[in-house]
Design a protein around this ligand. Structure first.
Ligand code: NAD
Length: 417
């Protein structure tokens, strides 16, 4: 008999450890370890050849004590309600950690969008909104794009919602195109948020990052902007980058514009002139000042953690460091910044999009980035103070602070003590 891995069971175990560290009451633990609501529905779609298919769809609201649920919608063939429950729970902690007035949710459709035509994808997206139209709302639950979901899909969902309700409600979804009530500054927000957190950590810890060396694993949406903004805003010297095919390393530094042009032309960073080839495993173990894992989950494990030589790790991917590795890194004196804060910049600009939609008044890119900096640096300072007071590492401090904020809101509402 095979026992399948349950992401939700993993998230609950993680929550149990935090609840124990916070000494939460049994009633609070029982309440917070499960979602408050979940919707499971079907979407019938007429395909281009005239046939009909029925898709399974979900929306999970883990907790909305601190504000409307917030979280992505994923279109993926392997989607499950189990993973959505876990991701919705993590969204509750993430929004609380940045101190946004939001809760946590997640949704998904079991489908393979790469096998659908554009018209089929539009019917499916509109069908998702039809099925969820009375479950979500700008003051209830606000979906955003996630795996294989684009700004165009969010635009179709917005339109469907407005047709159903007969009024303009642009804040019903975020991640919309800028020309249809989206926010400026969303494109580089995740990388920018991580760079602001790294800069604030350097400042507080007395670590001079100007001229400090950095390595970036993953050279996609996030990694490219980490390279650019790391140089522009912090004065980092990026000596190594990698993608799924391998990496490039030059201890004298990799020039951003030249490398980006190379990547765009050859579809990879490998074979970049004036750089040595390096594997992804070697990149992680380079003796750099700052390491940015910006590709995949679980890349730093109990196996390679003892060989990590970076002084600071800024995890932008989701869950790049396993709990076992985190313990080893902490014991070795590596500064591991809280992952769910480091990669919260995109989520924070999504919240700014909601705020602009609510006011029907739109901000300049400069206003967005200034507010993002303010939110990220304040959030890091709160984690730092909590970590010092509780004498725990940043990663644990971030989780404890987030869960404590949610539990406090639940108590104040009188739901559970
Ligand atoms: P992306 O698909 O644009 O880029 C991923 C990069 O990782 C690519 O360069 C790819 O070649 C590389 N890669 C793939 N397999 C690899 C491997 N085995 N070793 C090294 N590199 C590998 O994705 P992205 O949007 O840049 O997101 C990167 C990570 O950040 C993901 O974990 C994502 O969940 C997380 N994240 C992204 C955002 C966002 O706003 N894009 C927000 C929060 C978290």
């Amino acid at each position: 008999m095979s026992i399948e891995f349950s992401m939700f069971a993993f998230a609950q175990r993680h929550f149990d450890e935090i609840a124990e560290a916070l000494n939460l009451s049994p009633a609070m633990r029982a309440f917070l370890r499960v979602p408050m609501r979940a919707l499971h529905f079907t979407i019938p779609v007429q395909m281009d050849d005239g046939s009909y298919r029925t898709f399974q769809a979900f929306r999970v609201q883990h907790n909305d004590a601190r504000g409307p649920a917030k979280g992505g919608v994923r279109f993926h063939p392997n989607e499950t309600i189990d993973s959505l429950r876990a991701l919705a729970m993590w969204m509750t902690w993430n929004t609380a950690l940045v101190d946004l007035p939001l809760g946590g949710g997640k949704g998904g459709v079991i489908c393979d969008p790469q096998k659908l035509s554009e018209r089929e994808l539009e019917r499916l997206s509109r069908g998702y909104m039809r099925g969820a139209a009375y479950f979500i709302g700008a003051d209830k639950d606000v979906p955003a794009p996630d795996v294989f979901v684009t700004p165009q899909i969010m635009a179709w969902m917005l339109d469907e919602f407005e047709v159903i309700h007969g009024r303009h409600v642009p804040g019903i979804v975020t991640g919309k195109p800028v020309s249809l009530f989206g926010s400026l500054g969303r494109g580089d927000a995740t990388a920018r948020g991580g760079i602001y957190v790294a800069g604030e950590a350097g400042r507080i810890l007395g670590m001079d990052l100007h001229g400090a060396t950095a390595a970036i694993q993953g050279y996609g949406n996030v990694g490219v902007f980490v390279h650019q903004l790391g140089c522009d805003l912090l004065g980092l010297k990026v000596v190594a980058v990698s993608d799924g095919r391998g990496g490039a390393h030059n201890p004298r530094g990799l020039p951003f514009e030249k490398l980006l042009a190379w990547k765009e032309e050859s579809r990879s960073v490998i074979n970049f002139p004036d750089a040595d080839q390096i594997t992804n495993a070697e990149l992680l173990e380079l003796p750099v000042d700052v390491l940015f894992p910006a590709a995949l989950e679980n890349v730093i494990t109990g196996d390679n953690a003892p060989r990590i030589k970076a002084k600071m790790i800024v995890g932008l991917a989701n869950g790049p460091i396993t709990p076992e590795a985190d313990d080893i890194l902490n014991a070795n004196g590596v500064i591991v910044l809280p992952n769910c804060l480091c990669n919260a910049g995109g989520m924070t600009v999504s919240y700014f999009e909601q705020a602009q939609n609510a006011y029907n008044f739109y901000w300049s890119r400069e206003q967005v980035t200034a507010l993002l900096k303010d939110h990220m640096t304040r959030a890091f300072r709160a984690v730092h103070e909590f970590a010092q007071a509780q004498r725990v590492p940043y990663q644990l401090a971030g989780c404890m602070l987030a869960v404590r904020r949610v539990a406090e809101a639940v108590t104040l509402r009188g739901w559970v003590r």
